[in-house]
Ligand binder design. Structure first.
Ligand code: C5P
Length: 224
């Protein structure tokens, strides 16, 4: 069986990561969370008081930025490491969510992370989710999915996800953050979030998680 690249792009909070993870598991593929890389870079800039608007800070930040993924020894789930430290929980905080789209706008940061993503996916057999995977990172991906869902549904799902981790965040705050990130991600000049022509759109507003995973696995199996 041949191995393909599956690119999943779409708006913030429409379940791309959890869907991509489940699709990868079902196909025996590697899952790569490109958003986690932008989040880790954001944490690095915040913790070191580096301003993305200052070119010197950007080159300083990129020189000391090492992002890796390692499976959790207990759960087997892939977790994000920044310069050797597990930051999986920290990168999901509102502190990072509020700043990540500002960091992700910067050309030099995108260039570095895109190169890393391309290296991670070069042997194929990967499912990668993000905003520019089908347009920039893997324009030749064999399967491109563009996921959408209405804003209320996305905010509610994200709130439930955070509640499960013990974080109680106001629904309006989540909704505002998702809408603001969509606005910045779609309007930036560097690799804006777009739906490329050859992407298949899946609106998950009225789909169950099992249904959305099954749809993508079905589409993938036709290409493998
Ligand atoms: O996927 P997630 O919501 O964790 O991504 C966080 C942020 O990282 C997005 O809002 C976007 O600003 C940025 N991002 C990006 N390109 C990607 C993945 C994420 O610009 N490929």
């Amino acid at each position: 069986m041949g191995k393909i690249v599956i690119a999943i792009d779409g708006y913030s909070g429409c379940g791309k990561s959890s869907t991509a993870k489940a699709v990868a598991k079902e196909l025996g593929y590697t899952y790569i969370d490109s958003g986690a890389m932008y989040r880790a870079a954001t944490l690095h800039f915040l913790d070191n008081y580096l301003a993305p608007s200052n070119p010197q800070d950007v080159s300083k930040g990129l020189k000391s930025l090492e992002i890796e993924f390692h499976p959790n020894p207990d759960t087997g789930k892939q977790e994000t490491y920044l310069n050797g430290v597990n930051v999986e929980s920290k990168i999901r905080s509102m502190r990072v969510s509020e700043k990540v789209s500002e960091i992700a706008k910067i050309k030099e940061i995108r260039k570095e992370l895109v190169a890393q993503q391309q290296r991670l996916g070069k042997s194929k057999g990967v499912v990668m989710d993000g905003r520019d995977i089908g347009s920039v990172v893997f324009p030749d991906a064999e399967l491109k999915i563009f996921m959408t869902a209405d804003l209320e549904t996305r905010a509610y799902r994200r709130q439930q996800e955070m509640l499960e981790k013990g974080d109680m965040i106001d629904l309006d705050d989540i909704q505002q953050n998702l809408a603001e990130r969509d606005r910045i991600d779609s309007s930036r000049s560097e690799s804006p979030l777009i739906q490329v022509e050859d992407a298949i759109e899946i609106d998950t507003s009225n789909l169950s998680f099992v249904e959305q995973v099954a749809q993508i696995v079905y589409l993938a199996k036709q290409k493998i």
